[in-house]
Design a protein around this ligand. Structure first.
Ligand code: DGY
Length: 321
């Protein structure tokens, strides 16, 4: 039986590519050149499936233009806002993602962002690296302690819960909002707020862990930022478009918010350049899942889904609309 043919849009970790080469007729991207829209379409010609990442915009037009041979799109990511799921369903194309395996890595980055933002790491590092650190000063470079602060989590899913778990070790009090209240075991003592306004009012640190959907896009905006306590911190490891950049930049520049820790941005990698001039913005280039362990696990998880699909089984991480 011929091996299924796959178009793989990005270079993947060596062990993942080795398994791909062993089990599939895989067209790999050894130079890791970002494929254009036309590049994805021509790469998909004659393929049974696509293995894509968050950098590929798989919108409805592209899905409609895919050759009929393509039956599955496996994304090497937990998020799938870059894929039009309804359009894929309409074409009978299965979509899978890679949940679970990046939970811990992303929660670690959320804590890094909280600490970096709270302790003003951006300006402190700049002072040191530019040779302007003259001496230790009792009143110099003061940040905010996380201990005893209220952490508001918007979206207490897998990553939100892993972040809450770590934050408790820092002595933070956890609050959250989800559409539905979780059971007590999953809450682990966190206080539920049925509406986001109440959550924002008690969040000394607000950490975003919800998916990007029409309901959550720009949910952090001028009106909701105004609800946060004075000198609050906003942390985002979810998706950039959950935040209205204009409003966040204004609040950081005016000092209404003490700081922000951001790993994701609208229109990546072309983030709003004004962030770069803000000493109270602690910024990372979408590193949430960027550990060797996690990137391997993401690749293997994507392959487990493809293997199941081509063996005629339901893939474990089938995304449904
Ligand atoms: C995902 O998997 O959705 C992440 O954003 C990639 O780190």
């Amino acid at each position: 039986m011929p091996r299924p043919a796959l178009f793989v849009t990005r270079k993947l970790p060596p062990d993942v590519e080795a398994r791909l080469a062993r089990d599939y007729e895989a067209s790999l991207n050894s130079g890791d050149v970002l494929p254009s829209r036309d590049g994805i379409l021509s790469g998909a010609a004659g393929k049974d499936g696509l293995l894509v990442t968050v950098t590929d915009r798989i919108d409805a037009d592209l899905i409609r233009a895919l050759p009929p041979s393509v039956k599955i799109i496996a994304t090497f990511s937990v998020g799938y806002d870059h894929i039009d799921i309804a359009a894929a369903k309409a074409r009978g194309i299965a979509v899978t993602n890679t949940p679970d395996v990046l939970t811990d890595a992303t929660a670690e980055i959320a804590l890094l962002l909280m600490l970096g933002a709270a302790r003003q790491a951006t300006s402190a590092i700049a002072t040191l690296r530019s040779g302007q650190w003259k001496n230790w000063a009792p009143t110099g470079m003061l940040g905010m302690e996380l201990t005893g602060k209220r952490l508001g989590i918007l979206g207490l899913g897998r990553i939100g819960r892993a972040t809450a778990h770590r934050a408790r070790a820092f002595g933070m009090e956890v609050h959250y909002h989800n559409r539905r209240r979780l059971d007590p075991a999953q809450e682990a003592g966190a206080t539920y707020h049925a509406d986001i306004e109440r959550l924002f009012r008690v969040s000394d640190v607000l950490s975003l862990h919800c998916a990007s959907t029409p309901e959550t896009r720009r949910i952090v905006n001028r009106a909701t930022i105004a609800l946060l306590p004075q000198n609050a911190i906003v942390v985002n490891t979810a998706r950039g478009d959950i935040v209205d950049d204009e409003a966040l930049i204004e609040a950081l520049a005016s000092g209404r918010l003490a700081a922000a820790g951001l790993d994701v941005f609208a229109n990546e990698p072309n983030l709003d350049p004004r962030y770069l001039d803000l000493p109270n913005a602690f910024l990372l280039p979408h590193l949430g899942s960027a550990t060797r362990e996690t990137r391997n696990a993401m690749g293997f998880r994507a392959l487990d889904n493809l293997d199941a699909f081509f063996a005629g089984r339901t893939p474990p991480d089938l995304v449904t609309v």
